[in-house]
Design a protein around this ligand. Sequence first.
Ligand SMILES: *[C@@H]1O[C@H](CO)[C@@H](O)[C@H](O)[C@H]1NC(C)=O
Ligand SMILES: *[C@@H]1O[C@H](CO)[C@@H](O)[C@H](O)[C@H]1NC(C)=O
Length: 189
Amino acid sequence: MKRFCPKASFLLFIITLVLTSSVYSEAQSCRPSGRIEGKNAPPGQCNQENDSDCCVQEKMYTTYECSPAVSTYTKAYLTLNSFQNGGDGGGPSECDNQYHSDDTPVVALSTGWFNHESRCLKNITISANGKSVVAMVVDECDSTKGCDEEHDYQPPCPNNIVDASKAVWEALGVPQDQWGGLDITWSDA
Ligand SMILES: *[C@@H]1O[C@H](CO)[C@@H](O)[C@H](O)[C@H]1NC(C)=O
Ligand SMILES: *[C@@H]1O[C@H](CO)[C@@H](O)[C@H](O)[C@H]1NC(C)=O
């Protein structure tokens, strides 16, 4: 007859716990939080300079409250934004309520990475093209909302965006005619 062995069964219990929780966290990886329906911008709204997208009437847009896990090589998509007064970033930056010159390396991060302002005014290192640049996080690229006046009738941000000033694109040595969309990696600096 097999004797009940508390130590072994406890160990087995722990192993099972660890295995299921790692499988669980894998399955938990960032999923959409909802969808919103696009509305056409009123005349004169939604500035399409610098390739900004405008919401399309009745098109459905996916929203996210999370972003992919951050590592030392977090994959992301780099976009172009102006953080200057009158630029396509809208109002002043969320982190410091200030505008920032396009000649300073600053970025906005998708909601999940912005992480309730926890990266505000911290630096990240952005790498692409065999080059890297340190940029300061000053704003959020809202993945949870969009297609309204507050967001200049632009769609919600995807959850993997580093939205960067001109200075970042210059520092990465990207030719100007290719500014706007680039696969990059980033990490906390
Ligand atoms: C477009 O980008 C350029 C270069 O960053 C900037 O000077 C200009 O203000 C931007 N336009 C808008 C509407 O944001
Ligand atoms: C971020 O980088 C800038 C420019 O390199 C530097 O002046 C600033 O002190 C850095 N900020 C932090 C929080 O490390």
